[in-house]
Design a binder for this molecule. Structure first.
Ligand SMILES: [Zn+2]
Length: 467
């Protein structure tokens, strides 16, 4: 019989609440708490999800809210189910609600190289103790690959409690597992912190149960026009991958081309890789979390396929005809709509954004420090404009495009900056130190050398390459 049951804290794992219950009872044996809380004595309390609870425990867990809210706000549900196909997503939620354990086969198994442990942020723990007199296991610290606490910018620390242990079942409260007075290690990579905040923002969005658009198709439909053909049916994936890799190299190791293609082709549901691509594309957390129920583009492809079957023409031909017609039609439309009220509103917005666009582009491009690479999405994000809006703003877009570079042009500018820096600081300059400093692969320096504009720098680099 459960006498006193603690209240659940914000963002606390349900498992953590049960740990705190066990701690408060003062039971000498773990099994006594198991008898109170679970249906079976042989239970392995699951850390990220739910178990079968005793009716008594279930009453306490749902005293203030329904169980679905508990599942959504106090398990790792949003981290592993958001991009599942609609049917599977709903089946997973249902399985969690009835606690039948089948959810395990439905949710995405995030790939990790190391054994996972419950994690904590030393500063959050200290704050909890200050505020509540105890700390607890936070959900947001357990998101796979999110290794920093975006609130405090410090590295999350592994506890000794394994997340998926088959050997020792137990209820290990954070208050006894998290040491006092631990020194936090701060993360200095500004862009990594920003990406972390983005991942967290998505995690905090409610999981939508309605959208039936495969996540890869959705990402594809939101691509910048530089990467797709007129009708949106063809993606220039080599260019896209190159830009993604360059964009991400400053944040973390980019995924390989194979994984990248799998996401866009709907063969992979790796949530962390999806976050990366959405971030690179400049989608807001809300856009990613609240996807449309169906996609116009997919409907178009289906139409091409249907027409092809009816008239006995292969898909590619129908697609090409369709694309030509659409692009012609779109251009006609542009002329006739030019003076409408909508067009004027876009023109005003174009003027309004332009000074800030110039400022942002110049800061990224002409920065004294490590030169940055200009992308439409990067500028869009800094301005806070919804993805794709810039397609309607010709002046802003032109200014950005004038400062966009190919990979080699951008690398060449970084080389020039690095050589200048090495010489200024009197550092030892060799091919290896330069490659290492710029995080270049073996042939990068050679490939970009023709694009170095400053002839003195180019001579220095040619000499290094000749060594
Ligand atoms: Zn923290």
């Amino acid at each position: 019989m459960i006498g006193f049951f603690p209240e659940i804290y914000e963002d606390e794992l349900l498992y953590s609440l049960l740990c705190r219950y066990y701690q408060r009872t003062g039971y000498t044996k773990y099994i006594f708490a198991v008898d109170d809380l679970f249906m079976r004595r042989t239970v392995h309390p699951v850390i990220e999800w739910v178990n079968e609870y005793s009716p008594d425990a279930m009453d306490h867990i749902t005293k203030r809210t329904d169980f679905e809210t508990v599942v959504r706000n106090h398990t790792m549900f949003p981290a592993y189910t958001r991009f599942l196909p609609k049917e599977r997503r709903n089946a997973a939620l249902h399985s969690l609600l009835v606690c039948d354990g089948n959810y395990y086969n439905l949710v995405v198994n995030q790939k990790v190289k190391h054994k996972r442990f419950l994690r904590y942020c030393p500063i959050c723990a200290a704050e909890d103790r200050e505020r509540y007199g105890e700390t607890y296991w936070h959900r947001e610290h357990q998101i796979v690959h999110l290794d920093i606490c975006p609130k405090h910018r410090c590295r999350l620390v592994d506890s000794t409690v394994p997340i998926r242990s088959k050997t020792t079942p137990g209820l290990f409260p954070a208050e006894t597992e998290v040491p006092f007075g631990e020194e936090p290690v701060l993360c200095i990579n500004e862009r990594l912190v920003d990406f972390g905040r983005y991942v967290l923002e998505i995690f905090r969005e409610p999981v939508d149960m309605e959208s039936d658009v495969p996540i890869g198709s959705f990402l594809q439909s939101m691509l910048d026009e530089t990467y797709v053909s007129g009708s949106g049916a063809k993606v220039y994936s080599t260019r896209l991958y190159e830009d993604y890799s360059d964009f991400f190299r400053e944040i973390c190791e980019p995924m390989n081309f194979e994984s990248f293609r799998k996401i866009y082709n709907n063969y992979s549901l790796d949530h962390y890789q999806i976050y990366q691509l959405a971030y690179f594309q400049g989608l807001t957390a809300k856009e990613l979390a609240r996807r449309p129920i169906t996609l116009v583009n997919t409907a178009m492809e289906e139409l091409y396929r249907d027409i092809g079957e009816v008239y006995g023409i292969d898909y590619k031909t129908v697609y090409q005809i369709g694309e030509t017609v659409i692009s012609k039609y779109r251009n006609l439309g542009k002329v006739s709509r030019k003076s409408g009220p909508k067009q004027r509103a876009w023109a005003e917005l174009d003027e309004k954004y332009l000074p800030r666009v110039r400022e942002i582009v110049n800061r990224i491009y002409f920065s004294d420090g490590n030169p940055g690479r200009v992308y439409v999405t990067r500028v869009e994000r800094e301005i806070g404009a919804p993805a794709k809006q810039f397609q309607k703003l010709p002046k802003c877009t032109k200014y950005i495009r004038d400062h966009m570079e190919t990979t080699n042009e951008y690398r060449a500018r970084r080389v020039a900056w690095a050589v200048w820096l090495f010489q200024k600081e009197g550092r030892y300059l060799s091919r290896n130190t330069l490659n290492h400093f710029l995080n270049f692969r073996k042939n990068d320096l050679m490939a970009c050398s023709p694009y170095i504009k400053d002839s003195k720098v180019r001579d220095v680099v040619m000499a290094l390459l000749a060594e």
